[in-house]
Design a protein. Structure first.
Length: 106
């Protein structure tokens, strides 16, 4: 049996402009948490809250299509094509993601 190598790939995190290597098998959320990047994920990465939303600024064409869970949230909330749930999107190739600024509570 031939084993496929899953070598690390780079992810650029905006607006910090930080470039790091992550595993291809990780979701964007798992990669961000491993890199100690602060991102909301109130449902624990189950795709039910939508708080881990990111904007894919480069490499969108390299990602899989939205799964059923993500597609439902994206439709309900009117996501643009480059808005993705980081917990439902697997890193496959070099990408750049922008983490939205938190809304000020008032």
């Amino acid at each position: 049996m031939t084993r496929i190598s899953k070598s690390p790939i780079s992810i650029t995190i905006l607006p910090m402009n930080e470039i790091s290597c992550v595993s291809q098998s990780a979701t964007i959320l798992e990669a961000l948490l491993e890199l100690k990047v602060e991102i909301d994920h109130s449902c624990g990465g189950n795709g039910s809250c939508g708080t881990c939303r990111v904007f894919v600024e480069a490499g969108l064409e390299k990602l899989d299509f939205r799964n059923e869970v993500e597609a439902e949230i994206a439709h309900d909330r009117g996501f643009s094509d480059n808005e993705r749930l980081s917990c439902q999107t697997q890193v496959k190739d070099q990408i750049a993601v922008r983490i939205p600024k938190k809304l000020a509570k008032g």
